[in-house]
Design a protein around this ligand. Structure first.
Ligand code: NOJ
Ligand code: NOJ
Ligand code: CA
Length: 743
């Protein structure tokens, strides 16, 4: 009953349709809950306990810092109900390009068997749950078993189950302390045109069973129609407005499309989901996505992370700007490339552990919130790690040890813990999406995850800590995560034939002897630390160890994270960390104090105060003092957002000079030319081609704003438009468009 109160009772707040039916149940459960809480927790006030949980609770869906995510391709996991399997040519269990019958009932079954619980997994990312077009792609014979060809984003994919089964999955997960993340693809519907031929489904879109539009008969402009002209991905602009492989590209700037996508995601938020993985964020404008994400945060501040595909360890400024400005996190593709290069592909890449560490440090500079990015070893779009590692299980075990203790939120691709490699016949899609081979809880990889995952909940150094290297050569990486007085130190030796004596190893661990958290699974032993110096330690060939110290009480507050990363006055945000104490203190956003909703030692919920906007510093104060370091750069929006397309005609420039926009609100840089938005786009037929420039920007709704376009040359020189500022009153909702001539 206590579980029921804490997880179900709170989670159900968002299931509006079911609230009435459940009121009676909740009241009865609450009364029983009160009685049992009195019995279990005599020492504290029951109401305070029920309101303020810890950062590790399943109810903390705003942040995934303490979680380990497990990515499931729903169709390929478990067929829990063969009666819902498709019939006809889209279904063939022997063909990796067709539906195989996996469903939500199958995932619920594995939840009930504690496959995830015993592994320590605390969040599931499942395939997009929306109804797809029944369609076979003529280019490769693929059916939409993967869920990326949406047809009706308000309706469940019937081959995955009913809405009741979806909710049962969510409720079962929550009762086990596991969050549920859905994939969601607002970029496109299904294929419209292939090889110049209109496809049978023609990218059709429905809204809760009602026809909206097809791609080729689209009088209301639901879709972008640049596909007939070109489809190139050589610039970010082309990537945003051209169709992805011929998939009908939704025009999010259209008011109906914008509202459709804002309403559709609420169906799934109401069903209880805790997070969203947004497909193909590189292919949609930052402005529209920021407005959409901000609308979601107003409704339910779940954790959102996007897929910006990138296969290099080097910086991609547009990607990093997106991670820092969109209000959502990203899947960490640079980390993915780095860990695959250093471990799976070490032989061919020439990439060392020194290179790996250097990439980690470079990324800390490029990302404002490195701990919120989602790390992964492999996924459904790349070859499996085991294939790349030449089927060497120890290499994968080393990679898991590194990933589970690194900064960022670890995500495990289904089956990797079973040492699944790509299926016979090829690499990557679809060979990387074979049916789950088994559910053995004794594989060493599964054991390693089950030892390290719980540490993310208990030791805040993993969730929030900094990263520092302590011993480094081409093969060995010893690094430390530190948060307040809590420490986790990991030692990795990727060399499977030679060991190293770790001379002069230093550590922040306090004096004492530490056991290997892995319990010797990879050959680790004890260390003794005396005044920051570690007893001589020999790290044998292919060995790894993890040592940790969890501080009891931090005394003064330390902020670990604030989520969501973008908010506006009136929104409730979650501040996680340690040392907040049990007695309510205060939180300041810039110069304004926030109203406190709940308070515990590791988690505060506070309402963003009015009178602040732009990037602000946040500090927590309690009876013991004020957090010594402010949480910097928290993004406060001016108000509810709308996506506006700003256009300027006749803005001629010399080669190397670009046009930007700057204006009176923080969303337009508050007249600071170093924060101007751009460079604007100027190369999309049907939208704007040089000397017309345009950009879709998230700005406050129903607000009179002033702005100007500026030209910035390669040396950073700024030329302003002359004359008066342009003045524009933004729409109260949805989207807007405003065009002026360069003056
Ligand atoms: C990226 C997804 O991860 C991939 O699997 C999918 O095919 C495309 N986006 C299109 O939705
Ligand atoms: C300085 C610019 O020169 C001017 O054109 C602009 O109107 C103002 N900033 C806005 O305050
Ligand atoms: Ca099925």
């Amino acid at each position: 009953i206590r579980d029921c109160l804490l997880s179900r009772g709170l989670g159900d707040v968002y299931k509006r349709q079911r609230v009435l039916n459940s009121v009676l149940v909740v009241i009865i459960a609450f009364l029983f809950g009160l009685i049992s809480l009195f019995a279990l927790l005599p020492k504290t006030n029951v109401f305070a306990q029920a309101d303020s949980g810890s950062d590790a609770d399943v109810g903390n869906y705003s942040s995934m810092s303490t979680d380990v995510i497990y990515q499931i391709v729903t169709d390929r996991f478990v067929d829990g109900d063969p009666s819902n399997n498709p019939t006809g040519e889209i279904y063939d269990k022997n063909n990796l390009r067709k539906y195989h019958g996996g469903d939500w009932a199958g995932i619920t079954q594995k939840l009930n068997e504690n496959y995830f619980t015993n592994m320590g997994v605390t969040a599931l990312w499942i395939s997009s749950p929306v109804q797809n077009s029944d369609y076979i792609d003529p280019s490769n014979g693929c059916a939409p078993y993967h869920g990326y060809w949406g047809r009706d984003f308000f309706t469940p994919n019937q081959y995955f189950g009913t809405m009741e089964e979806f909710e049962e999955l969510v409720d079962t997960a929550h009762a086990k302390g596991i969050k549920v993340i859905i994939d969601f693809a607002p970029n496109h519907t299904s294929f419209a045109v292939y090889d110049g031929v209109i496809q049978p489904n023609d990218g059709v879109l429905y809204r809760d069973g009602e026809y909206v539009s097809t791609y080729s008969n689209d009088p209301n402009g639901i879709f972008n129609h640049v596909s007939d002209q070109w489809a190139e991905f050589d610039t970010w602009e082309h990537t945003v407005y051209a169709p992805l492989f011929g998939l009908a590209d939704l025009n999010q700037q259209n008011a109906t499309t914008d509202q459709y996508l804002k309403d559709a995601i609420k169906v799934w938020l109401d069903a209880g989901v805790d997070g969203i993985r947004v497909d193909a964020v590189k292919h949609m404008s930052l402005g529209w996505q920021k407005n959409w994400v901000s609308d979601i945060y107003d409704y339910k501040p779940v954790f959102i992370f996007g897929e910006w595909s990138h296969s290099a360890t080097t910086s991609e400024p547009n990607m990093e700007n997106f991670a820092n400005e969109s209000g959502m996190s990203l899947l960490d593709f640079r980390y993915n490339t780095a860990i695959r290069s250093a471990l799976a592909n070490a032989m061919t890449s020439g990439y060392t552990m020194v290179d790996f560490h250097n990439t980690m440090m470079a990324m800390e500079q490029d990302y404002d919130f490195i701990n919120d990015q989602v790390t992964f070893l492999d996924n459904h779009d790349q070859s499996r790690f085991m294939t790349e590692a030449g089927y060497n299980e120890l290499t994968l075990d080393i990679a898991f040890t590194l990933q589970m203790t690194s900064r960022g939120i670890p995500c495990i691709y289904y089956g990797t813990e079973q040492y699944m490699a790509d299926a016979a016949g090829g690499k990557s899609d679809p060979y990387n999406r074979a049916d789950m081979t088994g559910f053995d809880q004794s594989t060493r990889a599964y054991q390693i995850i089950s030892k390290l995952a719980p540490l993310r909940k208990t030791n805040p150094a993993l969730a929030y800590g900094s990263t520092q290297q302590r011993w480094l050569n081409n093969d060995v990486y010893v690094f430390e995560r530190v948060f307040g007085d809590s420490v986790v130190m990991t030692a990795i030796n990727r060399n499977q034939s030679s060991g190293y004596q770790l001379e002069n190893l230093m550590s922040s661990l306090p004096n004492g002897t530490y056991y290997d958290v892995l319990g010797n699974l990879l050959g680790g032993g004890n260390i003794t630390v005396t005044n920051g110096s570690v007893s001589d330690y020999y790290l044998g060939a292919g060995q790894c160890a993890v040592w940790q110290y969890t501080a009891d009480d931090e005394g003064t507050p330390i902020i670990g994270n604030i989520n969501p990363k973008m908010s506006k006055p009136g929104n409730t945000v979650t501040i996680t960390g340690r040392g907040f104490g049990d007695t309510t203190g205060s939180v300041a956003f810039g110069t304004a104090n926030a109203q406190i909703v709940s308070w515990s030692d590791s988690m505060i919920k506070a309402i963003v105060p009015g009178g602040v906007a732009g990037e602000v510093d946040v500090v927590v104060t309690n009876a013991n003092g004020t957090s010594s370091e402010a949480f910097a750069g928290f993004d406060v929006l001016s108000g509810a957002q709308v996506s506006v397309r700003f256009k300027v005609n006749n803005a001629t420039t010399d080669y190397g000079t670009n046009v930007y926009i700057v204006g009176s609100v923080p969303e337009l840089g508050s007249w600071d030319t170093t924060k101007a938005i751009g460079p604007l786009f100027n190369d999309t037929p049907t939208i704007g081609v040089y000397p017309t420039w345009f950009y879709d920007i998230s700005v406050p709704a129903n607000t009179q704003i002033e702005y100007k376009f500026i030209k910035i040359d390669g040396a950073g020189n700024v030329v302003w438009e002359s004359g008066m500022n342009h003045v524009y009153t933004t729409p109260a909702s949805n989207t807007g468009e405003v065009t002026v001539n360069w003056q």
